[in-house]
Design a protein around this ligand. Structure first.
Ligand code: IVH
Length: 671
């Protein structure tokens, strides 16, 4: 038995060593086949002697049982983000600030390295063993992804000094970026396409979706990788420079981007290396979206310290956004709820950074004129981060002579009113509050899920009611009778009855929903909740002064002024009166406790067991969270019920955390 134990230990040591050569140093000493033989032998022994399996054995990476939600992990030291530098001047300014702060006349040395487009994680090693891996989260609290991290071969389960020169610290918190190589990402998407699954939009989403998997066995199948680029707590050891620290991490078996970390003696060297990285970004096996510039001396870093969200000793030089070329088929104007006219370019579909783009905003007439954009033009479009794609410029040399210059109409394309544009504003608006496009959009907003939530009252029925003059505004909805509804096309007794019930039911609502339903400009669901939490009654809200409004956290001047001018308008006050007379009532409000879901965005999919959709939504919103119907990268949690829909796939594609009902109840403080 002792012999077996010894052989197992020896195999583990060997495999760890070769893992390090392969994954960390990119310099294997043995062939893959030889490695496989070692691994298979260890597996066989452990299978025969299961009592000898230890959690840090290299075989223990396959992943355990799926979980229902992620536990929260508090970072001992906050995981900050970086300020951005967009050009050479910004880099020089950063250098000047650094030198001024540390009172250095001469140049300060910097370490510069690629900014990996993945997601930040923290690995906590206690006595050299991987204890906890967590995502960055909001910087203070992240999610426990230990089981998943253990499946990543570049993450050692146990640290050991390769050179034997540096003892492994008692406590080491390493930070770094988890990412997926571009080739691996493409292969994964090909595989998903074969299985009829939606593709990931880009390697970052693929990496994020994979690490935040509830089932670690799925993570284990995803080719994830990691580069370390910093530490949190580190006990017992000190280093002079960031570069020396990176060498130590590498010596302990952690993967750092050593060949691409450049120590620069002057800011001009920094700038040159940043440009070099940008020019060669296409040659990297992984996506990089910038260069990170860090003060190399750790004592200077400590002296510089940090601001609330970012350190003073580092900055990120951001590369230019990803652009693509396509053609504008035509330009259309959309009239929004507030009358704003937005020109939208309909494009020949094109993929930009992994996403198919069909429409792009042209913002307003000034932008169209300034960029001289014409219908039929070949244009450059860009998706910068999360924003809606926009048209950057037209390529004049591609013109055939058939392109048509575009001028926004003087009249509203829907009601024909003369369009207005305020002095100093770029937006043109249809000034007619009775414009059918505006009225219809407002009504759609009023009945929508987050507002009065009148189920079954969709755009088509609203359209008919408006056309037949049966309603003119929101309050008229509550005067409708079943006989009115039965006069409409394609509506039967049953759906008319249901609709009447839904209208009746909507009268019992919350103050936040009602405020949101009013459609006050700049007052969305979240702001409505802030206002409701603060004022507690509609009366208090209606008589709030500008100063009172401004005292509410999250309410700035623009919102305050918009609210004031809404209540100044007698027709709005009248509308509210009529709505209240029709029987709209609010639930009693008490001042809420601060909640962990404050400001977080949720998407619900599938049916929940104990909560109804609407209940879940109200509970989330009442605690300061938001509920959205579509999954985006800004979504914090997708709540997965029984028979989830495509939102679950999307959550995975965007790397959004998925939780079950129990985890939701927990977050809501109901369990
Ligand atoms: S250093 C105090 N180095 O960029 C933060 N960050 O915007 C120190 N990132 O959250 C971060 N590659 O996820 C650093 N080589 C690199 C990086 C890097 C990617 C990410 C990281 C961080 C974000 C900051």
């Amino acid at each position: 038995m002792e012999k077996i134990q010894e052989e197992i230990e020896r195999l583990r040591e060997l495999i760890r060593h070769h893992n390090q050569r392969y994954y960390v140093l990119d310099d294997p000493e043995i062939s893959d086949a030889e490695y496989d033989r070692l691994f298979q032998r260890l597996l066989a022994l452990e299978k025969e002697y299961p009592e000898l399996v230890t959690p840090d054995s290299p075989t223990q990476r396959v992943g355990g049982e799926p979980r229902t939600g992620f536990m929260q992990v508090k970072h001992r030291l906050p995981m900050l983000s970086l300020e951005n530098a967009f050009n050479d001047e910004d880099i020089r300014d950063f250098d000047s600030r650094v030198r001024k702060f540390v009172k250095e006349e001469g140049p300060v040395q910097y370490a510069v390295e690629p900014k990996i487009d993945g997601l930040a994680v923290e690995l906590v090693y206690e006595k050299g063993r991987l204890a906890v891996a967590s995502t960055r989260g909001d910087g203070y609290t992240g999610e426990d992804v230990t089981a998943n991290a253990k499946t990543i071969l570049a993450i050692p389960l146990k640290l050991k000094s390769m050179s034997g020169e540096r003892p492994v610290p008692e406590l080491l918190e390493v930070r770094g970026e988890i990412y997926m190589e571009i080739e691996a990402f493409r292969a994964l998407n090909r595989e998903r396409a074969d299985q009829g699954l939606p593709p990931f939009a880009n390697p970052r989403n693929a990496a994020a979706g994979s690490i935040r998997q509830l089932d670690p066995r799925i993570t284990a199948k995803r080719p994830l990788n990691m580069f370390c680029y910093g530490v949190g707590e580190l006990s017992g050891l000190t280093f002079e420079t960031y570069y020396a620290l990176m060498l130590a991490l590498q010596d302990w078996g952690l993967r750092v981007n050593r060949p691409h970390i450049r120590v620069c003696d002057t800011v001009e060297d920094v700038i040159e290396y940043c440009h070099r990285l940008e020019e060669t970004r296409g040659q990297f096996a992984f996506e990089i979206d910038g260069a990170v510039i860090k003060v190399n001396r750790l004592d200077l870093q400590a002296g510089l310290g940090e601001k609330s969200r970012s350190p003073r000793w580092a900055t990120a030089f951001k590369f230019k956004a990803v652009q693509e070329t396509t053609r504008i088929v035509n330009i259309e104007v959309q009239v929004g709820r507030t009358g704003a006219l937005t020109p939208v370019a309909h494009l020949e579909p094109v993929e930009v950074g992994g996403v198919v783009v069909r429409r792009a905003t042209l913002h307003n007439q000034d932008e169209i004129t300034r960029k001289d954009i014409r219908e039929g033009d070949t244009v450059v479009i860009q998706r910068a981060g999360d924003v809606i794609p926009e048209v950057v410029k037209a390529i004049a040399s591609h013109r055939t002579g058939n392109e048509k210059p575009y001028v926004m109409p003087d009249a509203c394309p829907v009601c024909g009113s003369k369009v207005e544009r305020k002095e100093g504003e770029a937006v043109s608006r249809c000034p007619n509050p009775a414009c059918p496009a505006q009225v219809r959009a407002s009504l759609n907003h009023f009945v929508s899920k987050g507002a009065m939530d009148i189920d079954g009252l969709g755009d088509k029925i609203l359209g008919q009611l408006l056309e037949r003059g049966m309603i003119h505004d929101e309050a008229d909805i509550y005067k409708l009778t079943i006989n009115d509804l039965l006069k409409l096309d394609k509506i039967e007794q049953k759906s008319a009855t249901n609709l009447m019930q839904a209208i009746e039911k909507s009268k019992q609502t919350t103050l936040a929903r009602f405020i949101y339903a009013l459609g006050i400009r700049h007052v969305g669901e979240h702001v409505s909740q802030l206002l409701a939490n603060h004022f507690l009654t509609l009366e208090n809200f209606q008589k709030a002064t500008r100063n009172e409004l401004l005292s509410v956290k999250g309410i700035g001047e623009e919102i305050a002024d918009s609210i004031l001018s809404f209540f100044e308008d007698p027709s709005n006050r009248d509308l509210i009166e009529r709505l209240l007379t029709s029987g709209i009532r609010f639930e009693e409000m008490t001042r809420p406790e601060p909640s962990p879901i404050e400001g977080k965005t949720f998407v619900l999919t599938g049916s929940l067991e104990t909560l109804k959709r609407a209940e879940a939504k109200d509970l989330i919103v009442s605690r300061g969270g938001r509920v959205s119907s579509t999954v985006s990268r800004n979504t914090d949690y997708v709540v997965v019920g029984l028979s989830p829909g495509s939102k679950l796939q999307k959550a995975r594609a965007f790397g959004v955390a998925t939780i079950d009902e129990a985890a939701l109840l927990h977050l809501l403080g109901l369990e």
